[in-house]
Design a protein around this ligand. Structure first.
Ligand SMILES: CC(C)(COP(=O)(O)OP(=O)(O)OC[C@H]1O[C@@H](n2cnc3c(N)ncnc32)[C@H](O)[C@@H]1OP(=O)(O)O)[C@@H](O)C(=O)NCCC(=O)NCCS
Length: 372
């Protein structure tokens, strides 16, 4: 190990180096992507929770070689509100991985110490790993004294093509943009439904408005409400165009998606969608946030999703991303929509070691994929 490698809290001056670091790390999936976090790397971390910290690893010459982010949130575990941590942005520059700098180990230790300082000794922390990410999968059993990662759930991140949609169910539901006077009802519904999911954030009206204020490119009017004819709110979701906080650059497509891309692009223009770009191009997508619909009534989600697809068509975008625990009954809402999905595994650990609390798989996981 190099003794001069260090991890410390990031400051504003690290912004450009962190943007470059994120650009250098490819996310390998069905679509391999490079995530450009310019102009402000920290913009997404501010939304991830409060308080939040970013750690940067530097080599002996002071060059930024790695990052990790820790954020605290109030969230439901077994329907009870409690503090939880969220760990993201673990990245080590491809030229600096491995034992010489041991940057990844040091960054994970920094996250554990920071979590302990902010949230105490028994803070459960959630983090996600893209299926097939070998370097991270090797770390699951706990390496070199670091805690093991307890498997929690597998999320499906659906990429819905903004091309077409079958006739939506529930014609009794009307979709309308949210207005200021809807917040009370939205939060009442959130408070009723969110405890049925693990790690769903605890919100009241104030915390929701503060969250929105921290999320660039997302307004209250970006939310779509599904109301019955008698006015009753049945569900809602936000549609977040994140291009002001992260731009997704395509590195390459899997063989399967390369074929699908040809089919997609053949019909994209007439349908008003942007073609899927070649390697190097920017992917135009919108991500669903705060998906709040009854677990037992997938057609409410399907109505909202098909409404969103119809609305977003013709705006120069290609995909709508929506994440859902694969055990969540609402995945049925996405059936038959020709939406390829990527699997992302979620894990839990704590600031004092491996998670040994009550089992967390008795209800589906809620996770905002927009923040990953
Ligand atoms: C995930 C990531 C941070 C891991 O960093 P890393 O541990 O330095 O890199 P690797 O795991 O590729 O390590 C390379 C090798 O060095 C070994 N190694 C790493 N740290 C070591 C240490 N402290 N002591 C001994 N060996 C070590 C690894 O075991 C691996 O050996 P192997 O190839 O024989 O399996 C890095 O791959 C990365 O930034 N990837 C892109 C972003 C990403 O996927 N982030 C994770 C999001 S959840």
């Amino acid at each position: 190990m190099s003794a001069d490698t260090s991890v410390r809290d990031a400051c504003e001056e690290d912004n450009q180096a962190l943007v470059e670091l994120a650009r250098a790390c490819t996310m390998e999936g069905e679509i391999s992507l490079r995530i450009d976090r310019s102009p402000d790397f920290f913009a997404l971390d501010r939304v991830a929770g409060e308080p939040w910290r970013v750690g940067v690893a530097r080599d002996g010459a002071g060059q930024v070689v790695g990052s990790i982010a820790v954020a605290l949130r109030r969230a439901h575990l077994h329907a009870q509100p409690r503090w939880v941590g969220y760990v993201g942005d673990l990245k080590v520059h491809p030229g600096h991985r491995g034992p010489r700098l041991a940057a990844a180990d040091r960054l994970i230790r920094f996250a554990l110490e920071t979590g302990r300082a902010l949230g105490g000794d028994d803070l459960p922390g959630l983090f996600t790993i893209l299926a097939g990410n070998r370097p991270m999968e090797h770390r699951i059993p706990g390496v070199r004294g670091l805690p093991s990662f307890g498997y929690l759930a597998t999320l499906r991140v659906f990429s819905l093509p903004l091309l077409w949609g079958p006739r939506p169910p529930r014609p009794d539901l009307e979709l309308v943009p949210a207005r200021l006077e809807d917040i009370g009802e939205m939060i009442a519904l959130w408070q009723r439904l969110a405890p049925r999911l693990q790690f769903s954030e605890v919100h009241d009206e104030d915390s929701f408005v503060r969250w929105l204020e921290r999320a660039p490119g997302l307004e209250l009017s970006s939310y779509r409400l599904a109301r019955r004819r008698d006015g009753r709110l049945e569900g809602f979701l936000g549609l977040w165009d994140q291009r002001s906080v992260k731009q997704l650059r395509v590195v390459g497509y899997s063989r399967r998606l390369a074929v699908l891309r040809l089919a997609f692009n053949a019909v994209a223009r007439p349908a008003g969608a942007a073609p899927l770009p070649p390697a190097g191009g920017e992917l135009g997508c919108v991500t669903a946030v705060h998906v709040c619909t009854p677990l037992a009534d997938p057609p409410v989600l399907r109505r909202l999703v098909l409404g969103a697809v119809a609305e977003l068509r013709g705006r120069g975008l290609s995909l709508l991303h929506l994440g859902c625990d694969e055990r969540d009954p609402r995945t049925a809402a996405l059936r038959g929509l020709l939406a390829p999905s990527t699997r992302v595994h979620a894990y839990v650990s704590t600031t004092s070691g491996s998670y040994a609390g009550p089992r967390l798989d008795d209800r589906p996981l809620h996770h905002e994929i927009a923040l990953t």
